[in-house]
Design a protein around this ligand. Structure first.
Ligand SMILES: [Zn+2]
Ligand SMILES: [Zn+2]
Ligand SMILES: [Zn+2]
Length: 329
């Protein structure tokens, strides 16, 4: 209430300025806005410098509640008028005022609105061509806010898919996005303190490759692997990979093998949360604490932070990347 009043005051001052031409009113507005910013920072304990990861959504591709799901997972959400946004992280470089998204979800309009101002998005890194990971690009087109050359970092097949298929091809032709091809294990130096490295992971690659990203900030390094089939199908050893980083946001699509009634779960393989926890069982507390589970299916009980399963994950020493989670990088 206090904050919106300040904005109203600023607006009134602005109107006054346009009529009177007083030159010092600008600084009054600026001071007002800075006080608001400071108050917000104080209230939310936000970082004011460096780089941070902000979790903008935690759900699997189709979000939650999921269409036509009549199980208690989604009934509970509908009853509470609650909605879990699709898995996405934002990386905010406060020193350079740069903003990057990892994945363009169908909830990207809402996620961007909370993340950065119009025209300030510096790039989107795509993991693959499944609906939860790229369809948000539609919000950059002419039907939406008609962005100008937002860099979209994608692997060669993913880039080709966008270039060759409508409606995505229009975004390229109209210059709403600027496709930047990345390569497996290649380096994308975003600025003096932020480096991004894509790496291939096994997944159902119908239209594109699937990659995870290593995000190297000034103080810490993060892994982002929202989708992968099974850890043992990957040529790399997940334990070793996590050992080498500080933060690991990893696939938590399903909790265990009993989750999807009436569907063959071998057709949609993912490392179950229970499998991942078992794999790290003997590892140090420090290693377990690096893990943040993300990309959580509506059927996975840990989507509800009050569930027994979510509590179990936490008491085992792991974290869950709920929307709003902030991690310094
Ligand atoms: Zn997905
Ligand atoms: Zn459900
Ligand atoms: Zn996928």
């Amino acid at each position: 209430m206090k904050i919106s009043m300040k904005y109203i005051l600023s607006t009134i001052t602005l109107i006054f300025l346009s009529c009177s031409g007083e030159s010092d009113v600008h600084s009054v507005i600026k001071e007002d806005q800075e006080t608001v910013k400071e108050e917000t920072i104080e209230r939310e304990g936000l970082q004011t410098q460096g780089v941070e990861i902000i979790v903008l959504g935690e759900a699997q591709d189709a979000g939650a509640p999921q269409l036509y799901c009549e199980e208690k997972c989604c009934i509970r959400l509908r009853d509470n008028n609650d909605r879990k946004l699709v898995s996405c992280i934002g990386v905010k470089d406060l020193d350079n005022s740069e903003y990057y998204l990892f994945d363009a979800t169908p909830d990207m309009d809402e996620q961007l609105e909370h993340f950065c101002e119009k025209g300030s998005l510096d790039g989107i890194f795509l993991t693959h061509a499944h609906i939860g990971h790229y369809t948000g690009l539609m919000y950059l087109g002419r039907e939406a806010h008609s962005a100008e050359m937002v860099p979209v970092f994608a692997m060669p097949k993913m880039a080709e898919f966008l270039r060759k298929n409508g409606p995505w091809s229009l975004l390229v032709e109209n210059g709403n996005i600027d496709l930047v091809e990345v390569e497996n294990e290649g380096e994308v130096q975003l600025n003096s303190q932020l480096l991004v490295k894509p790496f291939l992971v096994p997944h159902r690659d119908e239209f594109s490759e699937t990659v995870g990203y290593k995000i190297i900030g000034p103080k810490k390094t993060a892994l982002f692997i929202p989708d992968i089939d099974k850890w043992d199908e990957w040529e790399k050893d997940i334990k070793r990979e996590i050992n080498e980083v500080d933060i690991a946001l990893i696939d938590a699509t399903f909790y265990d093998e009993h989750e999807l009634k009436g569907r063959d779960m071998s057709e949609i393989p993912h490392p179950f949360v229970v499998e991942t926890m078992k794999l790290f069982q003997e590892e140090s507390e420090e290693l377990k604490n690096k893990v943040y589970f993300i990309h959580i299916n509506h059927s996975n009980p840990i989507l509800d932070e009050d569930s027994e399963e979510a509590q179990q994950v936490i008491s085992n020493g792991f974290n869950i990347a709920y929307e709003g989670t902030r991690i310094a990088l």
